[in-house]
Design a protein around this ligand. Structure first.
Ligand code: ADP
Ligand code: MG
Length: 310
């Protein structure tokens, strides 16, 4: 059974310049103990998707189920089902509370026992941190504390929205290691959101690539990195610095996403796509499938994926 089922989810924001479809028919499944990464440039709808799964963002169309139950707004029992780690750890930590109090609050509300020292250990913090306040911590320590809070009730689902984006590079690596250890040791599923494809490879069992409110490709990390089908994924992979390409500067991303207020007939990526043909501008792209590796594209990269390895 899927822990999270998103079906044809649509979220629309009305802005002064018109309606923005932040999610435009998104469907996905997250399995038990699976780590699913959502990647795509800023503005493609990643945070909106996380908020919708949490019940913080109502859908205009479609449905979302978590643990078999329809999400229809923030539920009382939510902290037991979903732990949330935001980019800015201050968002999860009350500045007036000690870490010990912040971390144990969900358990206190639920009247369940919590081993705060053990939890702090698990995220790599000394138990003495329980008496500290958020401002007494470094950015990395604060994010560790936020992760401890998200894990406190051992929810089956943990959502991390750009959890390392605000941290120094060396600290980013430590937090990624921590998340990977938690993934390997724990029983939770992770939805890991990032604009940075590089960090995703390290953690994900499966990767979903989004572009302007749509899913454009789904595959394993190997599928995504070694043989991207969608020209957009390929551009993202090519512009990601990686160990194998160390010393070579990656080519910059080509172009920028168009105005999100635009209405489309064909593929949203068409204007930036170097492989585009006539039909791309006029017709919604079909799903191209190779087993579980899928992409929404008229002109998927079929045989030339190995060129990326050089
Ligand atoms: N509260 C809001 N009001 C209006 N537009 C919004 C709001 N939240 C997000 N958007 C728009 O929805 C789109 C997706 O945003 P978001 O989900 O934050 O993307 P990401 O997390 O991938 O950067 C963007 O075009 C953004 O400007
Ligand atoms: Mg975001």
């Amino acid at each position: 059974m899927s822990l999270v089922e998103v079906r044809d989810a649509v979220v629309e924001f009305s802005t002064q310049r018109g309606a923005v479809r932040a999610l435009d028919g998104v469907s996905l499944d997250l399995g038990e103990k699976e780590t699913l990464a959502i990647v795509g440039e800023s503005g493609c709808g990643k945070t909106t998707l996380a908020r919708a799964i949490l019940g913080l963002q109502p859908l205009a169309e479609g449905s979302i189920r978590v643990c078999g139950r329809e999400v229809t707004g923030l539920r009382a029992g939510q902290a037991e089902e979903v732990g949330m780690v935001w980019q800015d750890p201050y968002a999860s930590l009350d500045p007036r509370w000690t870490l010990g109090r912040t971390i144990s609050e969900p358990a206190r509300t639920k009247r369940v026992a919590l081993d705060v020292d053990g939890l702090l250990n698990q995220v790599g913090l000394d138990p003495s941190f329980a008496s500290r306040y958020p401002h007494q911590l470094s950015g990395g320590q604060r994010q560790r504390a936020a992760i401890a809070r998200a894990l406190a009730l051992w929810p089956p689902l943990v959502i991390c929205d750009e959890p390392t984006a605000a941290l120094d590079l060396s600290v980013q690596a430590q937090i990624l290691n921590l998340l990977r250890n938690l993934k390997q040791s724990g029983s939770a599923s992770f939805l890991y959101i990032s604009h940075d494809l590089g960090t995703v490879r390290f953690l994900a069992d499966r990767i979903i690539v989004m572009y302007l409110g749509r899913v454009v490709e789904v595959g394993t990390p190997e599928d995504t990195f070694e043989r991207p089908l969608h020209p957009y994924t390929r551009m993202l992979v090519d512009s990601t610095p990686s160990l194998t390409k160390l010393g070579k500067l990656p080519p910059p991303a080509i172009g920028e996403p168009p105005d999100p207020v635009t209405r489309w007939q064909g593929c949203r990526y068409e204007g930036r796509c170097q492989s585009a043909v006539g039909v791309c501008a006029t017709t919604e792209p079909p799903w191209y499938r190779e087993g579980d590796h899928v992409a929404a594209c008229h002109v998927p990269n079929l045989r030339n994926g190995t060129e990326n390895l050089g």
